[in-house]
Design a protein around this ligand. Structure first.
Ligand code: ADP
Ligand code: MG
Length: 238
């Protein structure tokens, strides 16, 4: 089980109010997409959930437990970033197992987890390679593999496909949908790409200027946008 709840969450950097009172519920196993224009606060909100950014006010709860004061490692979440940030001198296998090694997990147990993640991501033949010998899509899969081995309760993705070309993006969207199905995990996915939001989400959260404009299924937002902004951004032309 992994539900996430945000109650009147805000974030300010000095006098700049970036997140202005967000309420949100993410259900167990839901695929939730945060979408909105550049600068609307998507990454900040995700980083607050991950514990990489403090919360100015409001509460974050996982399965009903307040997590505001827990560090990133204690929250049981895993974040996949836009830039792959793989260790260039390490093999795929070592990149994927590194966080487990830091956590003191035995070599045999690491091996098991890495092999399982490699199977899910179809990376088995590439385990001995270094990142520079991989394509962009393969690197992104390794970055996702690093999250999978940690068996997180919630996966957080911040524009993971934005560095990939259009064809690869389409393929990776399908793979992520399959991953969501196979892992039966709760996932929060940030994108500024409406098509990604419409095709991948169970639930879309439309953000603008640090405020949630609307939450709903792709069909709800498409057919019943609450305002002009949502209509223009995602809804059907009226
Ligand atoms: P998005 O991911 O939707 O493009 P961000 O969450 O990165 O948006 O940024 C939202 C706003 O917060 C932007 O105006 C950005 O400049 C500002 N911001 C983000 N991080 C900081 C920071 N560390 N200090 C000051 N302002 C920040
Ligand atoms: Mg961002």
């Amino acid at each position: 089980m992994a539900t996430l709840q945000l109650n009147q969450v805000t974030k300010s950097f000095g006098d700049t109010h970036v997140i202005k009172g967000v309420d949100l519920e993410v259900k167990d196993r839901e695929f939730v997409v945060f979408v909105g224009p550049s600068g609307c606060g998507k990454s900040t909100l995700l980083r607050m959930i991950a514990g990489l950014e403090s919360t100015s006010s409001g509460d974050l709860l996982i399965d009903g437990q307040r997590i505001n004061d827990l560090g990133p490692a204690e929250r049981g979440l895993a974040m996949v970033f836009q830039s792959y940030a793989l260790y260039p001198h390490m093999t795929v296998e070592d990149n994927m197992g590194f966080s487990l090694k830091l956590a003191g997990v035995s070599a045999s147990e690491r091996r098991k987890k890495v092999d399982e993640a490699a199977r899910i991501l179809q990376l088995d033949p590439l385990l001995k390679r270094k990142p520079k010998a991989l394509s962009g899509g393969q690197r992104q899969r390794v970055a996702i593999g690093r999250a999978i081995v940690r068996n997180p309760s919630i996966f957080l993705f911040d524009e993971p496909l934005s560095n990939l070309d259009a064809a690869l993006r389409v393929q990776m969207r399908i793979e992520l949908a399959r991953l969501h199905e196979e892992l039966q995990a709760t996932m929060i996915y940030v994108t500024h790409d409406q098509i990604e939001a419409m095709t991948m989400a169970d639930k879309i959260v439309v953000l603008q200027g640090g405020i949630v404009e609307q939450v709903g299924s792709p069909m709800e937002l498409y057919h019943h946008p609450r305002n002009r902004f949502v209509a223009g951004f995602i809804g059907s032309p009226k």
